[in-house]
Design a protein. Structure first.
Length: 182
């Protein structure tokens, strides 16, 4: 098991332990229209992570096509560092997500946590399938924009940090929910 899959297990456990006892209504509760519910945070993670899977598959097969810009190491490092910094859990600055990664609806069934657990298993499998490409310093494009390129290792770091960030966002919504109910 690698550092990324271990972290994914920890994050999955946090989500399940923190939110599995909530009702469907509570999972979908929002403190304001501009703040995502716990369920929306979970759906966003599933949606975003899954957009990486086709690229991971092509990378494994050796058919991944990178844009010309990926030949410049300083560009690869710049984008990787910039995105990784922006998704850090301690970065309190709100960032706007690409439309392809926004939750597709605002109401989710309680099954969202089961979907998340299943998704996390698949995410770990996908990472394990191409983990060897990290040693080759493989570069990939962001699923949202092919000209945003970074190392595969950085992509894994981004995915894990992003999940931690959204766990904290969901936890903050939960705290507000508890205050609302008391």
């Amino acid at each position: 098991m690698n550092k990324w899959t271990e972290e994914i297990d920890k994050i999955t456990g946090r989500f399940v332990n923190s939110f599995s006892m909530l009702s469907e209504k509570d999972l979908n509760w929002k403190p304001s229209p501009k703040v995502w519910s716990i369920a929306e945070n979970i759906d966003h993670l599933i949606t975003l992570n899954e957009t990486y899977f086709p690229g991971f598959s092509k990378l494994k097969k050796g058919t991944y096509q990178l844009p010309f810009i990926s030949r410049f190491g300083f560009v690869v490092n710049f984008f990787g560092n910039m995105i990784l910094k922006s998704v850090q859990p301690d970065n309190l600055k709100k960032t706007k997500t690409f439309p392809i990664w926004r939750p597709k609806k605002s109401e989710f069934s309680k099954n969202i946590l089961n979907r998340f657990e299943e998704h996390q298993k698949r995410l770990k499998e996908e990472i394990e399938k191409i983990e060897d490409k990290v040693k080759e310093n493989a570069v990939i494009s962001s699923p949202a924009n092919k000209n945003i390129v970074y190392r595969l290792e950085t992509a894994f770091d981004i995915l894990v940090a992003h999940e931690k960030r959204h766990y904290l966002q969901a936890e903050n919504v939960y705290k507000l929910l508890k205050t609302e109910k008391s």
